[in-house]
Design a protein around this ligand. Structure first.
Ligand SMILES: *[C@@H]1O[C@H](CO)[C@@H](O)[C@H](O)[C@H]1NC(C)=O
Ligand SMILES: *[C@@H]1O[C@H](CO)[C@@H](O)[C@H](O)[C@H]1NC(C)=O
Ligand SMILES: *[C@@H]1O[C@H](CO)[C@@H](O)[C@H](O)[C@H]1NC(C)=O
Length: 428
């Protein structure tokens, strides 16, 4: 062999070009390194500016006249576009957290709604879809009013029997209003602005009114705006938790059953780890009430690290989610039979349309690998033709409540048509 070091000879001749190439590539690296994150950040905050232009709630004084409708639209963008993942997880956890109150978990255990797997996933699907209906359609739209009417009917059956207290209703409402903001400030790429918190408070105050929830336990009897109401709900629910969120076997049982749904799609071998992760997401008060063990420190560190990395990736390297990819669980248009569909499922495909995508897409593969039914399997069992709101709810209430529903619809539309739940503004 003649040339043992073939490159050493041309080293001097190629060096300048190498530096040039290097210089060029430095620009190529530096440019995106500095500018891409800046562009991401700017675009990410663009929607916030856009919202404020469209709805100029820029002063505390202006908050007092925020309407139900504006509140819904502001909150909807938060849940569909700005923070879809964390918003959904927070609502799931809000539901879960209510099971830390023995009077709530006792009812769930006694109605048997959670005891059998398919009943538990149906109850979850029913809850999710009712909430998604009134969170995403205008406050006085058919869909929103029908969903609230149906939910009120279901609750009324337990209220009549003295099984659901006003306090437990208020506490549940409080969590739905408070948890998303708590999760967002802990885990997301930005915190909520005051007007956004006000929108959340305004929305849930209006919903509580529509549910006939009594606010007598709060500090004031009138509130200037959604933020004021939210603050007092926060204060009250904190006191309520301290007193009522205590260890109970029913809590433990409902927690087990709920976590089983949450972890349905992961392999059995990983389930103990999954349970520890869920347990690490709980605070001490909730975990004690659920009678769960505190997981090793490693899990807390792991979660904090993952969420922190996610936060920075989102903030600097992900463009904002375009409107066409907004996260929305329900079909917007009714089917020929006037039913609606859920677009996704956990464990069992309740109310999911057996489309090509739903039967062969990624989620279908997971279900198939886990040996679970796909949309359209087992005949009518999972309602592949979709739902009508009057049919949603526990099996024993199927086909019941039509009268109640019709009567309440008008009243609800009238009440919610007033605009601002703090009585200071009317819709133009
Ligand atoms: C919600 O986001 C869309 C898409 O960016 C925007 O057009 C709309 O104005 C936003 N609405 C609110 C209430 O922020
Ligand atoms: C559980 O599901 C089965 C089958 O769908 C049903 O027959 C039963 O009534 C359900 N139980 C409750 C408590 O809803
Ligand atoms: C509560 O649930 C956990 C997790 O499933 C279980 O390990 C524990 O034994 C339960 N506690 C009681 C008192 O049943």
């Amino acid at each position: 062999m003649e040339n043992v070091h073939p490159h050493s000879d041309n080293l001097t001749t190629t060096l300048p070009t190498q530096i040039e190439v290097l210089g060029l590539s430095w620009h190529l690296i530096l440019f995106p390194l500095l500018f891409y994150p800046t562009i991401c950040l700017l675009l990410r905050y663009h929607r916030l500016r856009q919202t404020l232009e469209e709805f100029p709630y820029t002063t505390r004084k202006s908050f007092a006249s925020m309407t139900n409708e504006h509140a819904l639209h502001i909150q909807q963008n938060l849940s569909q576009l700005e923070f879809p993942t964390i918003f959904e997880k927070a609502l799931q956890f809000a539901l879960f957290r209510t099971y830390g109150i023995p009077s709530i978990s006792r009812l769930l255990v006694h109605t048997g709604e959670l005891s059998e797997a398919a009943n538990a996933t149906k109850r979850y699907a029913d809850t999710v879809l009712l909430i998604a209906e009134f969170m995403n359609y205008d406050p006085i739209s058919e869909r929103s009013v029908e969903a609230i009417g149906r939910m009120n009917y279901i609750h009324s059956q337990y209220q009549k029997a003295g099984k659901i207290s006003n306090e437990d209703m208020l506490y549940t409402l409080a969590l739905f209003a408070l948890e998303p903001a708590r999760w967002i400030s802990k885990y997301e790429w930005r915190k909520l602005e005051d007007f956004e918190n006000c929108a959340v408070g305004t929305f849930w105050k209006g919903l509580g009114d529509a549910m006939g929830i009594n606010y007598g336990k709060l500090r004031s009897s009138e509130w200037t705006d959604g933020l004021h109401w939210l603050d007092e709900v926060n204060e009250w629910s904190e006191g309520y938790e301290k007193e009522k969120m205590i260890p109970d076997l029913n809590n433990n049982k409902t927690a087990d059953q709920t976590i089983a749904i949450l972890l349905w799609n992961i392999p059995d071998a990983l389930k103990p780890i999954g349970t520890k992760v869920v347990s690490a997401l709980m605070d001490d008060r909730l975990r004690t009430a659920m009678m769960y063990e505190k997981p090793p420190q490693f899990y807390f560190t792991l979660l904090a690290t993952i969420f922190n990395i996610r936060k920075y990736i989102l903030r600097y390297f992900c463009l904002p989610r375009p409107y066409v990819f907004r996260y929305h669980l329900l079909s917007d248009e009714p089917s020929k039979e006037n039913t609606y569909f859920l677009k996704t499922w956990e464990a069992h495909p309740w109310y999911v349309k057996p489309t090509l995508r739903n039967r062969f897409g990624p989620l279908a593969w997971i279900s198939w690998l886990r040996g679970l039914p796909l949309p359209g399997d087992e005949g009518e069992k999972y309602w592949p033709k979709g739902y009508k709101l009057e049919q949603v709810g526990p099996n024993i209430m199927r086909g019941k409540g039509a009268e109640y529903w019709k009567e309440s619809k008008e009243g609800l539309a009238r009440e919610r048509g007033k605009g601002c739940p703090f009585g200071r503004a009317k819709v133009e």
